[in-house]
Design a protein around this ligand. Sequence first.
Ligand code: GSH
Length: 313
Amino acid sequence: MLVNGKWSAEWHPVQATDKQGGFVRQTSRFRDRISSDGSTEFAAEPDRYHLYVALICPWASRTLITRKLKGLESLISVSVVEPLLSEQGWRFGDYPGADRDSVNGAEYLHELYTRADADFTGRATVPVLWDKKTGTIVNNESADIVRMLNSGFGGLADNRINLYPECLREEIDALNAQIYPRLNNGVYRAGFATTQISYQQACNEVFEQMDELETRLQDGRTFLLGERITEADIRLFVTLIRFDAAYFGLFKCNLRRVRDYPLLNRYLKSMLSVSGVRETVNIDHIKQGYYSIKALNPNGIVPAGPDLSDYGF
Ligand SMILES: N[C@@H](CCC(=O)N[C@@H](CS)C(=O)NCC(=O)O)C(=O)O
């Protein structure tokens, strides 16, 4: 991580822990907004913003999917980091499916953080939404980035899809409040737990949440809130698509796989068939990336399975 703008060798993939040995995620530091009505200093403009992502990362993938669904590909450029975390964190390079940094010519993602704030202290995480005009980070919190890609670009975006419509906000917020702690972050809490009790608690919540979602889908609905795709679906999808490939094994979330849930499995396939979604998924990056976390897998051996051919991978 960075400490007062300097890369610290004290880097450790397990972030902070609480008193019980549970995993605690750091809060994001850059929280500015892009707007199309002049209400913020970051105006919605074509070719001004750049998104830095890792394809292993569920949070970054939320933003990539939203960029696709909102038709913002030609307006917002993207760089993908390599899937393996280096001694200095995320790196740009020639790994298949990764990019060099065409905007800033950085070798490591942390260089962008110190360019934005010379004294930055914290982890250099993806996603990063970068402003090419002022040379700074607009925002590094995926939940904010999803919202601003959904509505901050006004008429420049394809507004046939609204991922956070007024009439569904309450329900979306309520679902997010369940799915984020118990499932999206729940798998990490299970995987990075340092005591049996914190692992057990997290693992139970993961499967309680999966069971609840399976029940929710019993009425035949296509998406979580009915027949229209919303932000809640994107947030669920990014975890489900990584589940059998990484969380089941590496994070010890191994009571059931997604494919053992008939309705969640059907839902996952429906999400993959939404135009633009599949292209954001790279199973090789996901497996290589997660299984390179040394604290959890010291020898870095990547398992051969699972067979995901029936999903088209
Ligand atoms: N709150 C952030 C979390 C992002 C995050 O934790 N990203 C991870 C990858 S999945 C990361 O970049 N980790 C690098 C590190 O912790 O050093 C968001 O949702 O945008």
